[in-house]
Design a protein around this ligand. Structure first.
Ligand code: SF4
Length: 445
């Protein structure tokens, strides 16, 4: 809701309050932020955490052209035309990114990939991609964060450090809230942290298990065995995991005795040795626990709408990321159709990078190949990726300048409530215009 304050300091200062604004900085997607906007600039962000405050208060619309072609200012119309030509001229076009764009723009991107028989991939492929594969293999016993807040009495974080990555996770959803079945909040919950190092989150734990690095799979299978009452060799468990069998046994006893257990897992699990096997082990353990009590698992997601990207790509293609359309139907093959691979293997010959910065964080072979092919970049700021792009669009910031829908990390859709104007087009607008031109080119062939 937007209200204009009649007690504005002066006639020159336009002051407005935006209630229930949505922060898209991390996967918690807090939608209870109260923003104070003075002269189209956010000056206060009530209830936002330190990361959310930085997201809102540092927001500035930089005075630069909305479109650059080869680094030179151009009209957006010229940019749309050239972008469509690049994507339709290529033999192996790729589209990548999407985690910091609203679902409406993501839908357009998947549509374009379909039209051009291209490959679409999201940043999930470099964070929770292994979990996406595990969900397809094992399934997911899950729930919303609202259920965690109201019911969760055993909260386990595995390879995840929300105290630093998702600062309101504990207070808003998982540990502190006084819920319907946990009326005393934190006192009614047991918090367990499993990690290879003592993180800031570990300080809040009732039980901290420091396992050996790269031994998550072994630790999870130890718990799976204990869930089935299988006898294990204490010396072997200690040697493999770095944790005494008695500690695992105590944890398993507590897990069986709780009423509603939740395992949140992060990239400390999914991007270390074992990858999708680790995620599968954790999801299978969660499933096993349902023989005794209610247990669920949820990945702790980073980017504001990375969960939306998984959902949208899955609705449209049947797969969450790394999807190739070259045969006219979707095919899923992580390791082949994921962008770090299509670039490092020098297969892609053109592309579009949306709200991501592969030039800053991909491997050198991938970066070198991206620099050698024509590609389009959409971003709110200047990045190494926009600098090397053939066509670079400056777009408005989702959630601050534009509306739409994002998915919280528990797959709950949340509406955005924009607070300031931007001179730049939204990513939805840019992708809609490119899609129209792509369709026209294909129809004329
Ligand atoms: S926890 Fe995440 S979504 Fe919530 S205010 Fe902080 S950065 Fe924003």
């Amino acid at each position: 809701m937007v209200t204009t304050n009649p007690e504005a300091p002066s006639q020159e200062t336009e002051l407005k309050i935006v209630e229930d604004a949505t922060c898209t900085f991390c996967g918690c997607v807090c939608d209870d932020i109260e923003l104070t906007v003075e002269n189209n600039h956010i000056t206060k962000a009530k209830r936002a955490c330190v990361l959310g405050k930085a997201w809102f208060l540092n927001h500035e619309v930089e005075d630069r052209p909305s479109c650059l072609i080869d680094g030179q200012p151009a009209t957006v119309e010229e940019g749309y035309d050239l972008a469509a030509k690049i994507l339709t001229d290529g033999d192996y076009p790729i589209i990548y990114g999407l985690s910091d764009a609203p679902c409406e723009a993501q839908r357009k991107a998947v549509g374009i990939a379909d039209w051009i028989d291209g490959t679409i991939d999201t940043t999930t492929s470099v964070c929770h991609g292994p979990s996406g594969m595990a969900f397809q293999g094992v399934g997911e016993v899950t729930c919303s964060l609202g259920e965690v807040a109201n019911r969760g009495d055993m909260i386990i974080f595995w390879g995840s450090n929300p105290a630093e990555s998702h600062p309101r996770h504990f207070t808003k959803y998982s540990l502190m809230p006084k819920g319907m079945f946990v009326p005393n909040g934190r006192k009614d919950r047991t918090c367990v942290i499993v990690d290879v190092r003592k993180t800031k989150s570990a300080n809040t734990a009732d039980i901290f298990l420091q396992i050996k690095p790269r031994k998550d799979f072994e630790a999870l299978w130890t718990l799976r065995a204990l869930a089935q009452n299988i006898e294990l060799d204490p010396a072997l468990v200690l040697e493999e995991t770095g944790v005494e069998l008695a500690v695992f046994q105590d944890l398993m006893d507590r897990m069986k005795a709780c009423k509603f257990g939740v395992i949140f897992f992060g990239m400390g699990l999914t991007m270390t040795r074992g990858k999708h096997c680790n995620s599968e082990a954790l999801l299978a353990l969660t499933r096993d626990m349902n023989a005794y009590t209610r247990f669920v698992a949820k990945p702790n997601r980073g980017h504001g709408n990375v969960t939306g990207a998984d959902n949208v790509v899955s609705w449209r293609t049947g797969y969450p990321f790394g999807v190739n359309h070259s045969r006219g139907y979707p095919r899923f093959n992580p390791g082949e159709y994921t962008t770090s691979d299509t670039l490092a293997n020098r297969e892609a010959d053109c592309g579009m990078m949306i709200a991501c910065d592969p030039m800053a964080n991909f491997s050198q072979p991938a970066r070198e190949h991206l620099a050698s092919i024509p590609y389009i970049a959409l971003d709110t700021k200047i990045t190494p990726t926009t600098r090397a792009a053939k066509v670079a669009f400056s777009v408005a910031t989702y959630g601050i300048n534009t509306g739409g829908t994002v998915y919280r990390m528990d797959d709950v859709p949340i509406p955005l409530r924009p607070s300031c104007d931007s001179p730049h087009p939204s990513d939805f607008e840019v992708l809609s215009q490119i899609e129209k031109r792509v369709q026209a080119i294909i129809a004329s062939r």
